[in-house]
Design a protein around this ligand. Sequence first.
Ligand code: TYM
Length: 350
Amino acid sequence: MSFVERVFSGVQPTGNLHLGNYLGAIVNFVKMQETHNCIYCVVDMHAITMGMDVWGGPAELARTTREVTAAFIASGIDPKKHIVFNQSQVSGHAELAWIFNCVARMGWLNRMTQFKEKAGKDRENASVGLYDYPVLMAADILLYRATHVPVGEDQKQHLELSRDIAQKFNNDFGDSIRSHGAHDGMLFPLPEPLIMGAATRVMSLRDGTKKMSKSDASDYSRINLTDDADTIAQKIRKAKTDPEPLPSEEKGLEPRPEADNLVGIFAALSGRSKADVLRDFGGGQFSSFKNALVELCVTKLSPIAGEMKRLVADPGHIDAILIDGSDRARAIADETMKLSKDVVGFIRRR
Ligand code: TYM
């Protein structure tokens, strides 16, 4: 079976969306719309895998689900031409995840570094959902038989697992898949990660060796998409640097994680390469580079924050977008579920 190219990706509605989510993922979501049919999902079922203290409880989950939707649209995702929806409205995600639970191996999941990081020392107390999270993620992608998945670098290992699951399913059920009409015995494509741009791993503004994350206790570690101009300026001015002037060549950034991070952010926001940015700022002090970075961040992010504010003020409108998107997503998902059930041997109403 040759697969029609299709893009799928997801963002969790937990805490604050930040510059890492924007540059590592959302900017590329926007770009992919020009060349592909795209499905962008607010993955509310993934959000509840952590403790309620992390995702904030039912009212907060609904609020952040709408906020992420607003961020997609404010950043330039078109929910009419493409599909924007929240995961829990399409039951196929959970159904396919169950089938994949019986395909994926414990040994594969035991290697997932994100589970180890998120579960921390108290692994016995982590939810089963957190452990199983990458299997649900594979189901998210393969429910739409998506071929391309734009993500930040931290999701690479999960994408490899999705490919392993797709391949094992195709192998295990190859004869059945063929008997249901796919002559090459492939029900699922092996999805390709698209890790693009100059900021595939945006680091904390307080520590260039740590990823910028929603869960960092310090708000100064990240720029949130909802921050106002003054807050952005303050955070960048306080961002950790080192005493040396900026290097003139990219190689000079290698041993300097904070400088590398700020130059990467500048490059990604301005659509230039790091080398190009260093041509302008190499040899100069951080203070003047930071001034330019503040201006760039405010110019790029303020309109998004303004538009998000306008959108979240009308939750009914956002909910209507999510319902419409879910209806269109479900139409595609239902086809995959019918095929998957037939291939596995589950009897269903015809
Ligand atoms: P999540 O919600 O943690 O992050 C959403 C997207 O933002 C990227 N990202 C970053 N990129 C660069 N630098 C950073 N510091 C940074 N932090 C986050 C992530 O790589 C991601 O692309 N498991 C996913 C959500 C998901 C998904 C999927 C993604 C569920 N199902 C299916 C793709 C396909 C996650 O937790 O992303």
